[in-house]
Write a protein that binds this ligand. Structure first.
Ligand code: B12
Ligand code: SF4
Length: 503
């Protein structure tokens, strides 16, 4: 038999977002191949389920999505076990980790094929070729090994997103109730995730999607997004949407049209954008977004330092001044700007690395003064494998290297690298990493995220009160009292690592 097991490895403690990556692939083979879905987020031990399926003798393919970070903890050992215990099963990986680290993954000997980037057509073509024993060298986006040589086929255009099959939610329901993926967030009682575009037209040199999409972008039309959301509202009574697009707001025309269509549906929503793109949007458009239920927008501010913005190729037009002015402008529209910053970028000397960090800590404090509602997200820089990018070259010159095999990626230090917590890049001293984290703890105490709707007013006031003196006088060292409260009393949730859903 030639059935497929789709696997979504566990990605977080309380992650309830729809497993869009595997659903989109499943949509592409709907009616052509039979399949089952295993979601590691809802299984105590997904291996038991996967093994039972395989032992039924009906399955030939194991297809897993693999994102960097926590998903590796299940993806790697389970794929390895399958190859060891059931060598006839064909293991196929896709997703951002699989694509960015394709050489290491395919060299493991237990990942048989990788789909690099969009898999909507490539996966079906691969299955057809394997079933009919056809040539695979012409299947776009495919990575495989021939004898000892790694082959990476030609990269395809990004598929027209308007032509993709609908997500097989009814089929998902057979394995996990769709209800499990609809949850309470700060946006609404019944929030669902949606993905409306692939790629991004920009080439920021710290961003993990650039090597895959190389400045290409394809999006669903405003009408199609609206129709899908209206369907989700009617069928599943959703009242809020998280747009998981890398860059939802690329086209003013598209989001304006979408806002006009959705405005009377009572849906709240969130999406990701760029400051220099949205800075060009008219006031009319921003008003229209707000009226249409847009509550918060995530922006990659990255740094207030113009030299650094240039080094990381943040599109060329964004500047510290623009970031500040835009935070001020957003106050007029009742949409919360969520600014993310990348601290710990490389520099020629240790002093300069530290100066850069200090500069951005002060810059963040300035932003909070200009628009106190601004939500701040802090990442520590982890290099991404964009071949020949100046940032990767600089990182390598300073002694940075990637793990040599999949097992090494499982080491706790590399998990911290993936999650942008403590990347152990050679130019960052322990003291600097501590400084960044301590500042973040104080900042999150002084100004907790509004996305954590579980925090009571009383809790917020206590933590704010405690943190405000530290924040005001830059006393960031040893913030143990705040840390303890965040851990045990508030159980503070960071949206950047855990998404917006809670338990
Ligand atoms: C939702 C999401 C999460 C969720 C969980 C995701 C899940 N799977 O359950 C949460 C919030 C937990 C999360 C966390 C993190 N995430 Co995340 N996440 C996303 C996000 C926004 C959407 C993923 C998605 O559903 N996409 C929609 C689907 C349809 O697209 P897709 O995954 O690309 O799938 C296509 C192809 O990749 C391929 N494909 C994918 N899987 C498979 C499998 C097979 C078998 C095949 C054949 C093909 C295939 O075909 C699909 C259709 O064309 C992406 C950004 C994005 N827009 O994709 C970031 C993204 C994947 N995350 C990223 C990162 C780095 C993280 C973190 C590790 C750290 C961070 N936040 O920066 C943390 C880890 C912490 C943790 N607890 O897991 C990066 C990865 C970049 C990189 N360096 O490689 C991304 C790209 C964001 C970004 N722009 O930086 N994330
Ligand atoms: S604009 Fe955002 S998604 Fe696009 S390349 Fe830059 S960081 Fe990545």
């Amino acid at each position: 038999m030639n059935k497929i097991i789709f696997f979504n490895p566990r990605s977080g403690k309380y992650n309830h977002s729809l497993p869009l990556s595997i659903l989109q692939i499943a949509a592409s083979i709907e009616g052509k191949y039979e399949y089952v879905i295993v979601d590691g987020n809802f299984e105590k031990d997904p291996w038991i389920k996967i093994r039972n399926f395989i032992q039924s003798g009906e399955y030939k393919y194991f297809a897993s999505t693999v994102m960097p970070g926590p998903q590796l903890k299940q993806a790697i050992p389970i794929t390895k076990k399958i190859k060891f215990e059931f060598p006839k099963i064909i293991n196929i990986w896709g997703g951002y980790f699989a694509s960015n680290q394709y050489k290491t993954a395919i060299d493991s000997g237990y990942v048989d094929y990788i789909i690099y980037g969009p898999g909507d057509y490539a996966f079906l073509k691969l299955l057809n070729a394997l079933e009919k024993k056809l040539e695979i060298s012409n299947i776009e986006n495919l990575v495989y090994k021939k004898k000892d040589e790694i082959k990476k086929n030609k990269i395809s255009e990004i598929p027209d997103q308007n032509l993709l099959n609908p997500l097989p939610l009814e089929k998902l329901n057979e394995f996990y109730s769709v209800e499990k993926y609809i949850g309470k967030t700060f946006l609404g009682e019944r929030t669902i995730a949606y993905h409306s575009s692939m790629g991004c037209p920009f080439t920021c040199s710290f961003c993990g999607i650039v090597p895959i999409f190389e400045a290409r972008w394809q999006a669903k039309s405003a009408e199609n997004i609206y129709n899908d959301i209206k369907y989700l509202k009617e069928k599943y009574k959703i009242d809020a949407v998280i747009f998981f697009d890398n860059n939802f707001f690329v086209s003013e025309k598209r989001v304006r049209k979408f806002s006009e269509l959705i405005k009377s549906e009572g849906i709240n929503w969130w999406g990701e954008s760029r400051i220099d793109t949205m800075n060009k949007f008219s006031d009319d458009t921003l008003v229209s977004l707000q009226k249409a239920g847009c509550k918060m927008i995530f922006f990659g501010a990255e740094s207030g330092n113009d030299e650094l913005l240039g080094n990381i190729n943040k599109g060329g037009t964004q500047s510290g001044e623009m970031i500040k002015n835009f935070a001020a402008r957003m106050k007029n529209f009742n949409i919360i700007p969520e600014y993310s910053f990348i601290l710990g970028l490389p520099a020629d000397t240790e002093e300069k690395v530290e100066q850069q960090i200090d500069y951005d800590i002060n810059f963040i404090k300035e932003i909070k003064k200009i628009n106190p509602d601004t939500e701040i997200i802090i990442y520590v820089f982890s290099p991404v494998p964009t071949e020949n990018s100046s940032l990767l070259n600089q990182s390598k010159e300073l002694g940075f290297y990637y793990p040599k095999n999949l097992e090494e990626w499982l080491e706790p230090a590399w998990e911290k690298f993936d999650t942008h917590r403590n990347p152990l890049t050679p130019w960052l001293t322990k003291k600097m990493v501590k400084k960044i984290h301590n500042f973040e703890i104080v900042l999150n105490g002084y100004s907790p995220t509004i996305s954590d709707y579980k925090l009571s007013k009383f809790q917020l006031n206590v933590i704010k009160c405690l943190a405000s003196i530290r924040y005001k006088y830059n006393m960031f060292n040893f913030p143990y009292e705040i840390k303890l409260l965040q851990k045990f009393w508030l159980r503070y949730r960071k949206p950047e690592f855990e998404g917006f859903y809670s338990e």
